[in-house]
Unconditional design. Structure first.
Length: 210
């Protein structure tokens, strides 16, 4: 009797264990384990670029090139008159002397080439006090310049003579040639205005018969 009771109790315990085990297994499989929430780390924003200093900006390649170009341009300017240079104002108004040291005329103008250099000196010859004077363009290589000692003055001499300059053709400027061309053009007087025409005279009436 006692052995049956023990067997019954053991069987009941076994049934209870079998029934409880699936429930605990189901709870373990259906309930996921709690996990800690993921944390997102924010990366720091990059620092703004520091602008170059004033000294660094002044030494940029473009600025350096411009400075070099300006220095090169300044080197082409004249800062003083050299010993072998003569001002145009010094020439104009100067007398020109021949080989006999006689004044044969006076420089009135200088003709300068567009590409540079002086082509001729316009010498006024003949006349008296500018009256009856004729301008002659003497090639500049025929005029020699000599500095006067202890002075800023110059002396101009030429191989030309007074007679050769008087016989030379007269020099005319562009303005003189244009004025002559305009003066030579005839004035057209063939056209008249309609209001300026003279009306034709009316025909004479016949005399009355006697």
């Amino acid at each position: 009797m006692k052995e049956r009771l023990i067997s019954s109790v053991a069987a009941g315990a076994l049934l209870v264990g079998v029934a409880v085990a699936p429930m605990s297994f189901a709870q373990q499989t259906t309930t996921p384990p709690a996990t800690a929430p993921e944390t997102q780390t924010m990366e720091p924003a990059p620092a703004p670029a520091t602008p170059p200093a004033a000294d660094e900006q002044a030494q940029t390649p473009d600025t350096a090139d411009k400075t070099t170009d300006m220095a090169a341009d300044d080197a082409t300017y004249l800062t003083e008159q050299a010993e072998n240079q003569v001002s145009a104002n010094t020439y104009i108004g100067q007398s020109v002397y021949n080989a006999s040291d006689e004044s044969i005329g006076e420089i009135n103008d200088l003709i300068i080439e567009k590409e540079g250099g002086i082509a001729a000196a316009v010498v006024g010859v003949g006349g008296f006090l500018g009256i009856g004077e004729k301008n002659v363009a003497v090639p500049f290589d025929k005029i020699a310049v000599a500095d006067q000692p202890d002075s800023d003055d110059i002396k101009l001499t030429t191989t030309e003579t007074a007679d050769s300059l008087k016989a030379a053709p007269e020099f005319k400027t562009k303005s003189q040639l244009m004025a002559e061309r305009n003066a030579d053009q005839p004035v057209d007087t063939s056209t008249t205005s309609a209001t300026g025409t003279t009306p034709a005279p009316a025909p004479a009436e016949p005399a009355p018969q006697q």
